[in-house]
Write a new protein. Structure first.
Length: 257
């Protein structure tokens, strides 16, 4: 005869019910557990935490950016005043704005440190070449995100710095003039420039960054964390010489095996 369940067991079952419901229909709980508790090489150290630190900095930027967007006005006539209101009148607005402003530099610096670690440790080689390319795209998109956010205070410093940045982009061959005109929203910086930078900074570029970071994390989980190059556990850095025939490794035509 089964023993009656205790109150603790009933509470545990009640708490696990929504998790079991989501897991049965999506499998997301198992995926999160695999991501958090997967096996990693035994020789990893603090250098391998630069990627997680960069992700944390990005999440801080997302959170503080959402809060700032609630009070910011992307209009040339009121953008500067909204920044002053955030800094001086909104509760802890100075803290949120400071975290977002300086956090952008921290995010980019951590990306450079992370990529330097990957390069020096040889973690960009087989089979992680694609993840290295995705990381380079994240770096370029993150720097462009910082560039578009620099104009939003709409003061003298941000205005003339954006003028210099747009003119530098305009000197690129072929696409430079078109890129400069797209960023300005016309022949020169005007009333359409600020809303365009705001749309890029709040919608287009964050969406691209989230997609690229998601792909980057998927490849990290799929391929695993690389080992240090000076340990015995170091893995091969070249693909196996013999591969299957097919679209990527076609065999000679007219030859039967």
């Amino acid at each position: 005869m089964p023993r009656p369940r205790t109150r603790r067991q009933q509470l545990i079952q009640l708490a696990n019910y929504p998790l079991d419901w989501v897991e049965e229909r999506s499998g997301i709980i198992g995926g999160v557990k695999y991501f958090l508790f997967r096996k990693v090489p035994s020789d990893i150290g603090w250098w391998h935490t630069l990627g997680s630190a960069t992700l944390t900095a990005f999440l801080v930027q997302v959170l503080t950016g959402v809060i700032l967007a609630m009070y910011y006005r992307p209009d040339p006539d009121s953008a500067y005043e909204s920044i002053q209101r955030i800094t001086n009148d909104i509760t802890l607005g100075w803290l949120v704005r400071g975290m977002h402003r300086w956090g952008a530099s921290v995010f980019i610096i951590l990306m450079f440190f992370h990529m330097a670690r990957v390069f020096l440790f040889g973690a960009y080689r087989y089979p992680r070449e694609l993840n290295w390319i995705v990381g380079v795209l994240i770096l370029a998109t993150g720097m462009f995100e910082g560039f578009t956010g620099y104009l939003l205070p709409w003061d003298q410093t941000s205005y003339w710095a954006s003028v210099v940045g747009i003119n530098i982009n305009g000197t690129a061959p072929f696409l430079g003039p078109f890129l400069a005109q797209f960023l300005r929203g016309g022949a020169e910086i005007g009333v359409d420039t600020l809303p365009r930078f705001y749309a890029l900074h709040m919608l287009a570029l964050p969406g691209a960054l989230i997609a690229l970071i998601g792909l980057h994390l998927y490849l990290v989980v799929r391929l695993g964390v690389s080992t240090n190059p000076w340990t015995e556990e170091h893995e091969p850095t070249a693909p196996p010489p013999v591969g299957r025939s097919g679209l990527t490794r076609p065999s000679s035509r007219g030859v039967t095996k």
